[in-house]
Write a protein that binds this ligand. Structure first.
Ligand SMILES: Cc1cc2nc3c(=O)[nH]c(=O)nc-3n(C[C@H](O)[C@H](O)[C@H](O)COP(=O)(O)OP(=O)(O)OC[C@H]3O[C@@H](n4cnc5c(N)ncnc54)[C@H](O)[C@@H]3O)c2cc1C
Ligand SMILES: Cc1cc2nc3c(=O)[nH]c(=O)nc-3n(C[C@H](O)[C@H](O)[C@H](O)COP(=O)(O)O)c2cc1C
Length: 736
C-alpha cells in the first residue's frame, strides 16, 4: 500500500479495551505513513469493507463467547448464508482479539471472525493474534508487533522505527484552543536530535509550532528560532502560532525568514495574535479559510458566551443540579441504533435495598426514573448509562495538571490529517469547559494497562520517571508492575500522582492517550406494562479495598448513580438487542435462576408476565430459584416476589439464603434439592434463564443442571446430546 493510502481500523468493543487498542494501533499505523480510518464496527457496512484496501479488526469477546454489542449487527451481516463466497476477495485483513483465557471460550469472537473473513475470500495480512488479559503484559501484549507487521505487509514507511518517532508525533496529536491559551498547557517540542526530528516530521502532512509564553522569554525565543531554522532547512512547510510575540522579535523573525505574518500554510492554518484575530474577525476576508480552523486565543466574547449558555439550557432537565454536556453524540459512535434510543430521564428517587450496617452484604440501590412520554422498551432489555467521574477525582486531576477547570475550550485541531480519527474520540460538544471534559470523558479510575504506561513513558518530563514507566510496561518489569498496579488496584489517576513529571504534559496530549470513560450496562428491573413510563434499576454500589490495603476504591458508575437525587437528569440509552443473552420467551415454560443483582431483569420480566396474565394471555409457567445472603439483610424486593408468586399456580418461587444456615446454600444447591420439579419443567421444554455475577455461579448452575439430567438419563450418548442441547439452545445466561 502506498504511503497515505487509507485503511480501516475497526473495533468491536464492549467495555472499551478493544477500542483503546484500535486507537493505539491506528496511531502506530498513522506514524508509519497510513491514514487509517478508525471506527466502531457498528459504523461499518459490508460495502465499506468491500471498498477498503485493507481492514484491521480489533475485537473483544464478551458474555459466554459472544460478540460485543458494538459488532453484533456487523457480525449478523457477515454471517448471512446467502453472501457470495468471494465477496471480500479484494480485501486484505488482520484480526487482533481481546480476550481472557480464564473464560472457556477464549477469544471466540476473534477466531470466528478470522475464519469467516477467510471463507468470504479475504486475504490474511498476518496471523490472528489472541490478546489475553491473563498474559504478563495484559491484553495488549503483541499489539505493537502486530501493527508493525501489518505496516510492513502494507509496505508503509518506517514500520520498524516507529517507537523512535512516537514522542515527536505524540506531541503533535491535537491541540485544544481555549479563550485563555495560557491555561491549557502546552509543551515545547524537543528539537535536540536534528536528524531524528526531521525524519519524523517529514511523515507529517502538517506541522504546527507554538511559540508560547507571555511575554516570550529569551530562551523560548531561541527555541523558536531553532525550530524555524530546522523546518526551513528540511524544506518542510509549517504553521506557526503565537499569541504574544513582541513587535521586535516578530520583525526580526519576519526579516530572517522573509515571510510576513500571518503565515498561511498548506492546510489552511494561520498565525494569529490576539490583535490580528480581532482584526480578522472584523473584516472577514478569509476566503476558503474557515474560522473554526483558527486556534482562537481570544478573550471571552459575546459570541461564545451565548453559545455556551444555549448549550447548557439544552441540557437542562427539570430542576436538575447536574449539568450534562453528555448527549446522544457521546455514545453514538459506539453502538448501532443507539442514537434513536437515547433518552434523558429524570430521577424519581434512589433508595437503599439492603441493610449493610450489621451484615456483610453489598450496598444495593433501587433507582427509579421517569421516562419521557414517548419512550418504549421491552421487559428484560438492558440500558446503558454514561457515568461521570466522581467530583473528587476530577478536581484531583485538575489540580495535578494545574488546569483551570472553568477554561472554555472553543476549538480542537488535529495537526496531522493522518490523525483525524482522534477527533472521533472526542464526544463532547464545543464550547465546553475543561472540567466537563475531564468529568465526562477520561477514565481516571480505570486500570492502567501496560500499553498505557508505555505511552505515558513518552510524556514523562523526568528521565527516571520515564524509565520506570517504560520498565513497568516491559516484559522484565511484569512482576513489579503487578506489585505496583494490580495488587494495589492503582488507578490511572494514582499513576499520574505517583509520576509528577507526567503532569507537565499537555492536557490535549493526555486527552489523546488516556482511555475514555465507557458507558455501563444495567438490566432494566421494571416492566413497561406494570410501571408505566418508568425505568427501574437495581444497582450494586461497587466498593472494595485492594489486597494491599490502599484507600477505598469505588465503582465509577454505581457511585455516580447512587449519588443522584430527585429531578437529576440521567442520560441513558436502551438497547433492545443487548438483552439477547436472555431473550425471554413469555410463552414457553421457564426456569429462572438469579443471584444478587441478577434479580434485576427478572423483576421486570415477571411483572410483565403477571400483567400479561391479567390480560388473559396464555403466558408460560415459571419455576424461579432466587439467591440472597441473609433474609434479614438483602432479601431485595420481598414484597414484589410475594405479589408475583401468590395466587398463581403456574409460578413457583424457591429461595436460597446462602448465609442464614450453618452451611452455605446457593442456587445450585436448590437445583439439586428440587431436581424433580426441575426435571418436570425441562421435560415440558422449559428454557433456563440465568442472571447474576460472572464469577463461579453460572458454571455451577450449568453443572447442577447436567447433574440433574445425569441422574435420569442413563445412556451416555443421549446424555451428551442433552448436554449439548442445554449449552447451545436451552441455557441463556446474562452475567456481569
Ligand atoms: C448485560 C449487563 C447487565 C448488567 N446489569 C447490572 C445490574 O442490573 N445491576 C448491577 O449492579 N450491575 C449490572 N451490570 C454490571 C454493570 O454494568 C457495572 O459493571 C457495575 O455496576 C460496575 O460498574 P462501576 O462503574 O460502578 O464500577 P467500575 O468503576 O467499572 O469498577 C468495577 C471494577 O472494579 C474492580 N472491582 C470491583 N470489585 C472488586 C473487588 N471486590 N476486588 C477487587 N476489584 C474489584 C473490578 O476490576 C471491576 O471490573 C451489568 C452488566 C452487564 C454487562
Ligand atoms: C462479562 C464478561 C464476559 C467475558 N467473556 C469472555 C469470553 O467468553 N471469552 C474471552 O476470551 N474473554 C471474555 N471476557 C474478557 C474480555 O474479552 C476482555 O476483558 C477484553 O479485554 C474486554 O475488551 P472490551 O473492553 O473491548 O470489551 C469477558 C469479560 C467480561 C467482563
Amino acid at each position: 500500500m502506498a504511503q497515505g493510502r487509507r485503511l480501516l481500523v475497526l473495533y468491536g468493543s464492549q467495555t472499551g479495551t478493544a477500542e483503546e487498542m484500535a486507537v493505539h494501533g491506528s496511531s502506530r499505523l498513522a506514524l508509519a505513513g497510513a491514514a487509517p480510518i478508525c471506527k466502531s464496527l457498528s459504523e461499518c457496512s459490508l460495502q465499506s469493507l468491500q471498498q477498503a484496501e485493507a481492514a484491521v479488526f480489533v475485537v473483544s469477546t464478551t458474555g459466554d463467547g459472544e460478540a460485543p454489542l458494538t459488532m453484533r449487527r456487523f457480525w449478523m451481516t457477515l454471517r448471512k448464508r446467502d453472501l457470495d463466497q468471494a465477496c471480500l476477495a479484494n480485501l486484505s485483513y488482520a484480526v487482533y482479539g481481546c480476550g481472557d483465557s480464564s473464560y472457556p471460550k477464549f477469544n471466540a469472537v476473534a477466531r470466528r471472525l478470522d475464519i469467516r473473513l477467510q471463507a468470504l475470500g479475504a486475504k490474511r495480512l498476518c496471523d490472528v493474534v489472541l490478546g489475553d488479559e491473563q498474559s504478563p503484559l495484559g491484553v495488549a501484549q503483541g499489539l505493537s508487533e502486530w501493527t508493525d507487521r501489518i505496516a510492513s505487509k502494507l509496505k508503509l514507511l518506517h514500520s520498524d522505527h516507529m517507537d523512535k518517532y512516537l514522542h515527536t508525533h505524540q506531541a503533535m496529536k491535537y491541540f485544544l484552543g481555549s479563550r485563555d491559551g495560557a491555561s491549557v498547557k502546552r509543551k515545547p517540542m524537543d528539537f535536540s536530535d536534528y536528524e531524528e526530528t526531521v525524519h519524523s516530521l517529514s511523515l507529517c502532512s502538517q506541522i504546527v509550532l507554538f511559540a508560547n509564553g507571555n511575554p516570550l522569554s529569551k530562551q523560548m525565543c531561541s527555541g523558536t528560532k531553532n525550530a524555524f531554522s530546522l523546518l526551513r532547512l528540511a524544506g518542510l512547510s509549517f504553521s506557526y502560532f503565537d499569541t504574544s510575540l513582541d513587535q521586535e522579535i516578530r520583525e526580526s523573525l519576519t526579516r530572517r525568514f522573509q515571510v510576513n505574518p500571518p503565515f498561511v500554510c498548506g492546510n489552511g492554518s494561520i498565525l494569529v495574535s490576539r490583535d490580528e484575530l480581532r482584526a480578522l474577525e472584523e473584516n472577514i476576508t478569509l476566503g476558503e479559510l474557515s474560522l473554526q480552523r483558527l486556534m482562537c486565543f481570544q478573550e471571552p466574547g459575546d459570541r461564545y458566551e451565548r453559545s455556551l449558555n444555549d448549550d447548557l439550557r439544552a441540557g437542562d432537565c427539570g430542576e436538575n443540579r447536574t449539568q450534562h454536556m453528555w448527549d446522544s453524540e457521546s455514545i453514538s459512535n459506539h453502538i448501532p441504533g443507539i442514537r434513536e434510543s437515547i433518552l434523558k430521564a429524570t430521577v424519581k428517587f434512589v433508595s437503599t435495598l439492603t441493610k449493610g450496617r450489621d451484615f456483610d452484604v453489598n450496598d444495593v440501590r433501587h433507582v427509579e426514573l421517569k421516562l419521557p412520554n414517548e419512550y418504549r422498551y421491552k421487559a428484560g432489555n438492558v440500558a446503558l448509562i454514561m457515568p461521570r467521574n466522581r467530583p473528587c477525582c476530577t478536581e484531583r486531576f485538575l489540580r495535578l495538571l494545574r488546569l483551570n477547570g472553568n477554561t472554555i475550550i472553543d476549538s480542537i485541531n488535529v495537526s496531522n490529517s493522518s490523525f483525524d480519527f482522534l477527533l472521533n474520540r472526542l464526544n463532547f460538544r464545543l464550547p465546553c469547559t475543561v472540567r466537563e471534559i475531564v468529568s465526562s470523558q477520561l477514565d481516571l479510575e480505570g486500570r492502567p494497562q501496560p500499553y498505557l504506561l508505555h505511552l505515558l513513558s513518552y510524556f514523562a518530563d523526568d528521565a527516571e520517571e520515564a524509565e520506570r514507566l517504560a520498565y513497568f510496561a516491559s516484559t522484565e518489569g511484569v512482576e513489579d508492575r503487578i506489585e505496583y498496579c494490580e495488587k494495589t488496584k492503582r488507578t490511572i489517576l494514582n499513576v499520574l500522582e505517583d509520576f509528577p513529571s507526567l503532569c507537565k504534559a499537555d492536557f490535549s496530549h493526555l486527552l489523546a492517550i488516556l482511555p475514555r470513560l465507557q458507558p455501563r450496562a444495567y438490566s432494566i428491573a421494571s416492566s413497561p406494562l406494570a410501571h408505566s413510563q418508568e425505568l427501574h434499576f437495581c444497582i450494586v454500589v461497587v466498593e472494595y479495598r485492594s489486597p494491599l490495603g490502599r484507600s477505598l476504591k469505588k465503582g465509577v458508575c454505581s457511585s455516580y448513580v447512587s449519588g443522584l437525587e430527585r429531578f437529576d437528569c440521567l442520560p441513558a440509552a436502551i438497547f433492545p438487542d443487548f438483552g439477547c443473552g436472555l431473550a425471554f420467551n413469555f410463552f414457553k415454560p421457564a426456569i429462572v435462576i438469579a443471584a444478587g443483582s441478577g434479580i434485576a431483569p427478572f423483576r421486570g420480566i415477571l411483572w410483565e408476565r403477571k400483567m400479561m396474565k391479567e390480560q388473559s394471555l396464555p403466558v408460560c409457567s415459571v419455576l424461579a430459584i432466587v439467591g440472597f445472603r441473609y433474609r434479614k439483610a438483602d432479601y431485595m424486593y420481598e414484597k414484589d416476589w410475594e405479589e408475583l408468586f401468590s395466587n398463581d399456580h403456574d409460578a413457583v418461587l424457591k429461595l436460597a439464603f446462602s448465609r442464614d444456615g450453618k452451611q452455605k446454600e446457593y442456587v445450585q444447591h436448590k437445583i439439586a434439592l428440587f431436581s424433580d420439579e426441575i426435571w418436570d419443567a425441562l421435560t415440558r421444554g422449559a428454557v433456563i434463564y440465568v442472571a447474576g455475577s460472572a464469577g463461579a455461579m453460572p458454571r455451577a448452575v450449568e453443572e447442577a443442571f447436567i447433574k440433574v439430567a445425569a441422574e435420569r438419563i442413563r445412556d451416555p450418548r443421549s446424555l451428551e446430546q442433552w448436554t449439548h442441547e442445554l449449552k447451545t439452545k436451552r441455557l441463556r445466561v446474562e452475567s456481569w
